[in-house]
Ligand binder design. Sequence first.
Ligand SMILES: Nc1ncnc2c1ncn2[C@@H]1O[C@H](COP(=O)(O)OP(=O)(O)OP(=O)(O)O)[C@@H](O)[C@H]1O
Length: 253
Amino acid sequence: MVTSIEVDNVSKTFSRHYTRTLQQIMVAKAKRKKTRDTFDALKDVSFTVEQGEAIGLMGLNGSGKSTLLKCIMGVMRPDEGTVRVRGRASGLIATGAGFHPQMTGTENIYMNAAILGMTAAETEAKFDDIAAFADVGEFLDTPVGNYSSGMFSRLGFAVAVNVDCDIFIADEVLAVGDQPFKKKCMKKMEEVRDSGVTLFYVSHSAGSVRKMCERVIVLEKGEVGFDGKAGAGIRYLKYDEDEDNDSANANDI
Ligand SMILES: Nc1ncnc2c1ncn2[C@@H]1O[C@H](COP(=O)(O)OP(=O)(O)OP(=O)(O)O)[C@@H](O)[C@H]1O
């Protein structure tokens, strides 16, 4: 077994501001109220992932999933602890992240691919596949600032999934796509997973996590609450009650 990701005692603290203007700060200070404080988005998170594992990262809103994935992707540094990643990581952390609104879809494909570590020649070779997967038609030649959120998601996923990578991260990428696109993404992610790439899949859909992942990590207020078999993780979260609703979608996608 080859270790793909090693997250070791990772903590990340953010500032929380209660005031925005100088006047508000003065008033708050006069009233001896706090103007800001800090909170821990990640607290002492540790786990190891073997190459080829498919992990469902789950947890309530604000539990720290995106923060953790940003640390794994290397776009954010933990305040404490270390993240070691073997190989190239690709994926989507937020819809539209890394896109420039005034550049066209085509230009953004090249820029986004470069950010994800692809050379211009690699992007050139994969361009037709990327464009076909995104399937945004003539919008490819218009500035992405005019795209709908679903179209952003299509373009971002199409680039990310065409990067030759060792780790693929999909954070809520399917939240804004339409049903045919979700189906296509799930099929593509299954292919990626089956090719031996390590997969991190963030979703609130128990059905799709069960379908995609053998292991689930649950974050609770920035801490690892559960790490084990997918079914047990979903039961731990008590998401099973929603399974009927959810599985309709999951079967669709
Ligand atoms: N750059 C930042 N500055 C300040 N606070 C932040 C920043 N990024 C995230 N947070 C906060 O950190 C906490 C964890 O956020 P994060 O986006 O990691 O949660 P999440 O589990 O991905 O949530 P969701 O399911 O809603 O996407 C939240 O309270 C969020 O407001």
